[in-house]
Design a protein around this ligand. Structure first.
Ligand code: FPP
Length: 247
């Protein structure tokens, strides 16, 4: 474990890592347990991975905690996930503050159940001055929703005569995404063996390195995070150029 960490080049640690936490249900099923216990175990991974990321200098960690499509799950599971979020945020605030973790969220959060929204806003408010790492929870998030929402905001400005369509730039578009102010992730991890983006950060991952691992989210911890970072550091990021042009 220590050995893995010492192999990480501190100069090339991604500023922002995004994770699609997948496989909680299958992890639980494999053990003959109800799915919701998989989500409970998933919270342990959230804690361990956040701390490990902060330790090596990652500044932003975005976790896909609940997608717009997740409302289609059985109602009991949706309710359990919402309660777990409330419980977890309430229970973790003092540890988040001790460890310098600032909590924030992306997605259509105003449409979350009132209790979830209230706790989330409290968590965001109470951790807003922390600077070691920002933990971004994607909640009621979908990238297509986000892009549409951004388009509507810009269209309003065009309609009011304030903005000319020809003057719309990438930077301006980024300003109206829910991730405004957050650098794009350099590394996107998905657990549980699925190789899909599932409507997550489609704009922001344009140049991200993608890392897929068969490990289920509840089994993903510090060691697995460091392995993903080492894989990332061994890749050559060319951004459309050729090898010889990179210094
Ligand atoms: C994916 O596994 C997991 C989710 C949709 C929920 C993730 C939520 C948590 C880990 C808890 C949230 C807590 C915080 C504080 C972020 P799955 O249910 O899709 O697994 P499956 O594909 O095996 O069915």
């Amino acid at each position: 474990m220590h050995d893995l960490k010492s192999q990480i080049n501190p100069e090339k640690v991604p500023q922002h890592i995004a994770i699609i936490m997948d496989g909680n249900g299958r992890w639980a099923k494999q053990k003959g347990m109800p799915r919701v216990l998989g989500h409970h175990s998933g919270v342990k991974s959230v804690r361990e991975v956040t701390e490990a990321a902060a330790q090596i200098g990652v500044k932003y960690l975005t976790l896909y905690a609940f997608s717009t499509e997740n409302w289609n799950r059985p109602p009991a599971e949706v309710t359990a996930l919402m309660s777990l979020l409330v419980e977890t945020i309430k229970g973790e605030i003092s540890d988040l503050n001790k460890n310098g973790v600032r909590l924030t969220a992306i997605g259509d959060i105003e449409a979350l159940p009132a209790a979830t929204l209230k706790t989330l806003k409290e968590g965001i408010e109470k951790t807003k001055d922390n600077q070691r790492i920002t933990l971004v929870l994607a909640l009621n998030y979908s990238a297509k929703w986000e892009i549409l929402h951004a388009t509507r905001l810009l269209a309003e400005r065009v309609k009011s005569g304030e903005l000319n369509p020809a003057d719309i730039t990438e930077a301006m578009f980024e300003q109206v995404l829910s991730t405004h102010g957050i650098p794009d992730p350099e590394l996107l991890i998905r657990t549980s063996g699925e190789a899909r983006l599932s409507n997550f950060l489609l704009w922001q991952v344009a140049y991200a390195e993608l890392y897929f691992t068969p490990v289920f989210w509840p089994d993903f911890g510090q060691k697995e995070l460091f392995e993903a970072i080492l894989s990332y550091q061994n890749r050559e990021r060319r951004f459309g150029r050729i090898s010889e042009q990179l210094t």
